[in-house]
Design a protein. Structure first.
Length: 420
């Protein structure tokens, strides 16, 4: 049986739910209005608003606003991060690319043609498999473009049109070898997947055969062992993404929009219900879900994780909260755990939480991104159990740091951002 830790930082101890204002912090560098997309990769976080992309390259410590991609762009609806290159999808103007973190943009629409009412320019999501970049469109199915050499966009399969499901809202990559593409599309309970080399998409349904008019997938991800899909009628799971779907044991209300995120085998789902943003978590690959909190009068577009934080692109801005205390493990009480807790970035001090499986000597050191050890050290002999320690960061320059806990049972690291 999996053991897990649910501490008060998530408002779940003894059924206590802390106020939303105590859980979430708004990224004030972004405007307090619709953030349509958010994507993370390593220490880079990118979030799209109406006419620009906001980017942080130091885990959220500082942010900068990009240039406007084109005069008629009104919604930045999707973003993809590849090394130092940024791709954005817009609603109505297609794809743009930047090699300088958004200082300048170039149109990337060659071959992106042929959709009814130019819906091929309404970009919903990106995914990448090897050297190929894929885009989901709101009305013209899926397109693919090779990133090396000279190439243009090409329609990727005919199954969506054949099944009258050209509106594709989300793409995900997973399965054995992390090579199967999954697409959320249509309104008849259809699920689409495609392996490398396949002639077209395989179509299954969430009822394993019969069509279900009015049922549509909204978001999907691979948990590491199965596909988990959020729909307007709850969560469905499959180890293959084909006709072996089972509904989650936890029932959900009718969801207008859902978005999924994953951190260390813990799943998070955010969804809109009665014009409120609700957040739940699952520790068993999406079968059962525990409610975390509800934020009134807020709509969630997309979730993403970075380090120990969960980011939410919402109708009232970009927000984040710590999820460092949500963890799973095989041995429970015999597992060494270490995390940076509290609001990020830190200012004068960082707080580290760790759990020791047995009494012993411990030491904590802090390193900068170049691997240089910073002055100071925390060390001593501590009893088994939970401990919180504070590190004075007033002398640290703004940036991202790595704390390392060393014990007789091994070592663990935790990342944190510092700002003054």
């Amino acid at each position: 049986m999996r053991a897990y830790v649910l501490l008060l930082a998530l408002g779940l101890v003894a059924g206590v739910t802390a106020p939303a204002s105590a859980q979430w912090s708004r990224v004030t560098a972004l405007p307090a209005r619709d953030v349509f997309c958010v994507r993370t990769r390593a220490d880079t976080i990118a979030a799209g608003v109406d006419t620009a992309l906001f980017v942080s390259t130091n885990a959220g410590a500082t942010w900068h606003k990009s240039a406007k991609p084109a005069a008629d762009v009104s919604v930045v609806s999707a973003v993809w991060i590849l090394n130092h290159r940024l791709y954005i999808g817009t609603f109505g103007q297609g794809v743009f690319v930047s090699d300088n973190l958004g200082a300048t943009w170039q149109a990337f629409n060659q071959g992106l043609v042929g959709g009814a009412f130019d819906s091929q320019l309404d970009i919903a999501d990106f995914e990448q498999r090897g050297d190929s970049l894929f885009v989901a469109t709101e009305g013209s199915s899926v397109f693919v473009r090779r990133l090396s050499g000279v190439d243009t966009w090409h329609l990727f399969g005919n199954a969506f049109e054949a099944n009258e499901d050209p509106n594709v809202s989300d793409l995900a990559l997973g399965g054995a070898g992390n090579t199967r593409l999954f697409a959320c599309a249509g309104v008849n309970g259809d699920a689409f997947d495609r392996d490398p080399g396949a002639a077209d998409w395989t179509v299954s349904t969430f009822r394993n055969g019969p069509l279900v008019p009015g049922l549509f997938a909204e978001s999907a991800l691979w948990s590491g062992s199965r596909w988990v899909v959020g729909t307007n009628a709850g969560v469905f799971r499959s180890p293959t993404g084909e006709d072996s779907w089972t509904p989650a044991a936890t029932a959900f209300p009718a969801m207008k929009q859902s978005t999924l995120a994953l951190r260390d085998h813990v799943l998070f789902i955010g969804f809109d219900f009665n014009n409120d943003f609700s957040l739940s978590q699952s520790l068993d690959d999406g079968n059962t879900w525990l409610p975390i909190e509800t934020v009134p009068n807020s709509f969630v577009y997309q979730l993403a994780t970075e380090g120990g934080d969960l980011y939410a692109g919402r109708s009232d801005g970009l927000w984040f909260r710590s999820v460092a205390f949500v963890s799973v493990g095989g041995d429970g009480a015999h597992e060494l755990r270490f995390a940076s807790i509290g609001r990020q970035p830190v200012h004068d001090s960082a707080v580290f939480h760790f759990e020791l499986p047995e009494k012993g000597a411990v030491a904590i050191d802090v390193f900068d991104v170049a691997g240089r050890r910073t002055p100071g050290r925390i060390e001593g002999v501590l009893a088994a159990g939970s401990h919180d320690v504070t590190w004075n960061t007033s002398d640290l320059a703004p940036g991202v740091y790595m704390a390392r806990l060393s014990t007789m049972n091994g070592s663990r690291t935790a990342r944190f951002a510092c700002a003054h």
